[in-house]
Write a protein that binds this ligand. Structure first.
Ligand code: FES
Ligand SMILES: [Fe+2]
Length: 383
């Protein structure tokens, strides 16, 4: 186990995560005692694992056989809504069918392999841009122009090749290879994203760093003071987090200073909304950050050992979908992207450049970086 054990009286949810009230208590205790959650041990990760082509190929294979988040359900709001992108190096297309069900396919035409959709949008069918073969939303092949040129071709056997897709917790999960083992801890997670949360932003940025370096920056608060001195730190604490692991995943709590006012309230009256940020890391490559007014779903798609496509979806939090709230939501989101997140991007790119120095044979993760230790231990075991 990575984290300090919760007090015996702590109420816990079925999935093993503390409930909001217990989180608030743990934070207040840390503020009073000037402490933070500590992992049991440090971890030395060979730097070779951030650059080796062999390791990178093994990680992509792991991603392809894992049940991974492809996009939030809100990115596929209606019949015909689709998202096409590369996942673990493979073009994949997810689409909501006429029956409302989300399906996913290998995004390659069955004639000569061209992608039948790009980006995102809403379609009635997918028409390949090369010769016009046309597929229904359920992937079946509807039309071949000048079909007489393909005598004997069985259209029923030339639909788009499906991959497993499921909707859970307001997210679309895809499993490219195999059945994707059932993940009980994830099953028990309460709705992370709810139906009424609407999508207000979506972006894709290529970051010049290994995907694991990006991931690590999201799941420890040890860097807040030094990296985010004038942006996040004035609102937060120096190295004060609640760190929990659940199954292969983890959750890190970043409290705001204004949470201290809860100390004056009886525990049953304490509400944490707007007083802390929850960061869920869904193994392997997805982060869900629940901020005051909005939630980001961040998918880290490894492109090469030294580059990553960061796909971010911004969703309004519950009850904030109206026009007036949305302005505030967007202002918040901009603040995060242009200040603290920009600082994080600069750091990860610098760490990537640092790899070339050969100065470190290992990176050492300390006891404050317990979620990272859990991630590397889990990744090593999964590979
Ligand atoms: S490759 Fe798609 S129609 Fe020819
Ligand atoms: Fe950061």
């Amino acid at each position: 186990m990575i984290v300090a054990m919760p007090r015996k009286s702590s109420p816990r949810k079925r999935n093993g995560l503390l409930d909001d009230r217990a989180v608030a208590q743990r934070v207040l205790d840390h503020i009073r005692d000037r402490t933070t959650d500590m992992g049991e041990a440090t971890w030395r990760e060979p730097t070779e694992n951030y650059s080796s082509a062999k390791r990178f190929a093994a990680e992509l294979e792991l991603l392809r056989r894992s049940r991974t988040v492809f996009c939030p359900s809100a990115a596929l709001p209606e019949k015909g809504s689709y998202v096409a992108r590369e996942a673990a190096g493979v073009p994949i297309l997810a689409v909501r069918g006429d029956d409302g069900k989300v399906r996913a396919f290998r995004n390659a035409c069955r004639h000569r392999g061209m992608q039948v959709a790009q980006g995102s949008g809403c379609a009635k069918s997918f028409v390949c841009g090369y010769h016009g073969w046309t597929y229904r939303l359920d992937g079946s092949l509807r039309h071949i122009p000048h079909e007489e040129g393909f005598p004997g071709l069985d259209k029923a056997k030339h639909g788009l090749v499906p991959v497993r897709a499921e909707e859970r917790h307001g997210l679309v999960f895809v499993t490219q290879e195999g059945k994707g083992a059932r993940d009980e801890t994830l099953e028990r997670l309460p709705g992370l994203i709810e139906g009424e949360q609407t999508l207000f932003a979506c972006s894709e940025n290529v970051v010049p760093a290994n995907w694991k370096i990006l991931l690590e920056g999201f799941i420890e608060g040890y860097h807040i003071r030094a990296t985010h001195k004038d942006t996040f730190f004035p609102y937060g604490f120096d190295n004060l987090n609640v760190v929990e692991t659940f199954g292969r995943h983890s959750r890190i709590v970043y409290p705001f200073r204004r949470i201290e006012k809860l100390a004056a309230l009886p525990p049953e009256e304490r509400r944490v909304d707007g007083l802390l940020t929850y960061v869920y890391q869904l193994f392997p490559n997805v982060l869900i950050t629940v901020l005051s007014r909005h939630t980001n779903v961040v998918i880290l798609e490894p492109l090469t050992p030294s580059s990553t496509c960061q796909i971010s979806y911004g969703l309004t939090n519950r009850g904030l979908g109206d026009e007036a709230s949305r302005k505030e939501v967007e202002r918040d989101a901009q603040f995060v992207t242009q200040t603290g997140a920009a600082e994080d991007r600069a750091v990860v790119a610098a760490i990537q450049r640092g790899l070339a120095t050969g100065a470190n044979s290992h990176f050492t993760f300390g006891r404050f970086e317990g979620a990272i230790v859990h991630f590397h231990r889990t990744l090593r075991a999964a590979l």
